[in-house]
Design a protein around this ligand. Sequence first.
Ligand SMILES: *Cc1c(COP(=O)(O)O)cnc(C)c1O
Length: 368
Amino acid sequence: MKISKIVNVTMSSLPPFEDYINEIKPIWDNHYLTNQGPIHEKFRVKLKEYLKTDGITLFTNGHLALEAALSTLPQIDGEIITTPYTFASTTHAIVRSGYKPVFCDIRFDNYTIDASKIESLITEKTVAILPVHVYGNTCDVHSIEDIAKKYNLKVIYDAAHVFGVEIDGKPIIQFGDISMLSFHATKVFHSVEGGALAYNNALYEKELDLFKNFGISGAECVDKVGFNAKMSEFHAAMGVVNLKYVNDEIAKRKIVYEEYGQFLKNINGIKIPSVDINVKQNYAYYPVIITEEYPLTRDELFDKLKDNNVFARKYFYPIVNEFNCYKNIYDSNETPIAKYVSDRVITLPIYGDIDLEVVREVCKIIGN
Ligand SMILES: *Cc1c(COP(=O)(O)O)cnc(C)c1O
């Protein structure tokens, strides 16, 4: 049966209106709108507590945070081993920073980079590994750490999807040299636009603060070719307020996630996300793979959902090595699992306030 109201793949969470107004009120007294103001500092301190990390630098968005992370690498050129199964940002950050992406295939169980295939891609030009904790699924952080140590490579994680995720009780962002978080409006936790880098090495703090503010180190001193990626007080205020509600948001998503699993696990040809018992999840996305046993192709099911007012997403399709701007340089057949998954994936609507009745309707459309 057609769902009466349009259902999108996500809907941004919003805190109570009064909460946000109270948070921004002091701005009308101090006229501090941006450039590391008091709310920016408050947000940073609260994030450190929540994410259990000492090093946090805030940015305008996740993408510029990732470019800033790459600016800390010891060399300004060379190769970076990464995954093609990600959002455009990951690869663009590498290319725009002057490095060459080298694509490694992914695992079929959780769609993160296949660590067993990294070593064969390492050359003398390799400077870093840039894996993605895609959909909130955790990369094989221990194997990646071993490889990085053995070859003296830096590891920068695209952690845009893993806000609050822990593995064996340890925040996933504690792995690697630097992890990039995105606080875009469509993420589990957001500050409208925003992002951060998390790191354990205190030396990064000064360097990153400099880089995100044009490299300006004093009134009459510019040390670095930086850019402008500072987070404003209004964005930081949204972050501070949303942080109070993020645990509720994750708890509500868990119920939705389990509802999907309950209904979809028995449908032939639908591969649902696997659950790792040692991972504390954030339920960021609900990707399903439409295999050959399902009566419709992925695109047919996608259109059927659309005809019923369900606007799911083919996320990630196409994969990065099939983008118009990269397809002449790369061959997606070299990452066959990523290609297979990308050609068959649909991410279903999931957000804290979605009606469970709607979730069941979506499952019914898929089931018959
Ligand atoms: C959202 C996202 C980014 C970019 O973050 P912005 O804050 O939107 O700039 C990077 N990588 C992945 C995997 C993302 O999903």
